[in-house]
Design a protein around this ligand. Structure first.
Ligand code: NAP
Length: 233
């Protein structure tokens, strides 16, 4: 089996950084991407310092030209892409009540969490198709589930729920091509987004996404996981 190659978005800190560490720890060639080149390079160098094969590539996921450049780079230099972890995300309205937010905040959240993530899937799948192997993991959230709705964090709920829809629809489009696409809630994780009171470490939070990124052929697709546990949408 040829060595697998993975792209992780938002790899400079938080869950993305730890996901890079765990993927590379399994011998997967890992491309840590970040929108801030200085922070991204520094993060990759930290992991290289741990003896891990992690390369840096700049990527603001909202920049379609950068997405095309990254995929062209992968195709020409490495010749393959096996794993895409759509980790980068924003939480614009935090715990603010729904009626207090400006409507265009919803559009901003959707631009990053939904449109850009979809654009990345659209760019990655043709490369995965060439070798009939792909694993796409979309970082979703517990709060995207209809039974978890309350009155706060409307933009986040909308964008993660839309990401769930993309997960299901795309998984069906590639169902016969050994490309498995799943959404995962990493749990409440101690990161800048999760805050210091969160109950899980980045190491624990990364385990579900990394497990989904390394599913065997014939594994689940178009599903929502809480860590490793499959849940209803
Ligand atoms: P975080 O600490 O806030 O990190 C977010 C990452 O996304 C950063 O690397 C950030 O880059 C990057 N990012 C944001 N917009 C970007 C863009 N346009 N292009 C490229 N990168 C961009 O968040 P986290 O806690 O690690 O969360 C990672 C994922 O897990 C998110 O999708 C989040 O919604 C999800 N999640 C987290 C929790 C939790 O409890 N932490 C729970 C459920 C789901 P910069 O450093 O440049 O801002």
């Amino acid at each position: 089996m040829e060595r697998r190659t993975a792209i992780v978005t938002g790899g400079n800190r938080g869950l993305g950084f730890e996901i890079c560490r765990q993927l590379a720890g399994q011998g997967i060639q890992t491309i840590l991407t970040a929108r801030n080149p200085h922070q991204g390079r520094e993060a990759a160098e930290r992991l290289q310092g741990e003896g891990l094969d992690v390369l840096f590539h700049p990527l603001d996921i909202t920049d379609s030209q950068q997405i095309q450049e990254l995929m062209a780079h992968l195709s020409s230099r490495l010749g393959r892409l096996d794993i895409l972890i759509n980790n980068a995300g924003i939480y614009l309205d935090r715990h603010r009540p729904a009626l207090s937010i400006a409507p265009d905040l919803i559009a901003r959240a959707i631009q990053t969490d939904v449109c850009s993530t979809f654009a990345l899937c659209q760019a990655a799948i043709p490369i995965m198709r060439t070798h009939q192997y792909g694993r796409i993991v979309n970082l979703s959230s517990r709060t995207s589930r209809m039974e978890q709705m309350n009155n706060a964090g409307l933009t986040y709920k909308i964008s993660k729920a839309a990401l769930n829809v993309i997960t299901v629809v795309l998984s069906r489009e590639v169902a016969t091509e050994n490309i498995l696409i799943n959404a995962v809630n990493p749990g409440w994780v101690k990161t800048d987004m999760g805050g210091k009171d969160a109950t899980r470490s980045p190491k624990e939070g990364a385990e579900g996404p990394v497990w989904l990124a390394t599913l065997p052929d014939g594994g689940p697709t178009g599903c929502f996981f809480n860590g490793r546990d499959r849940q209803s949408w």
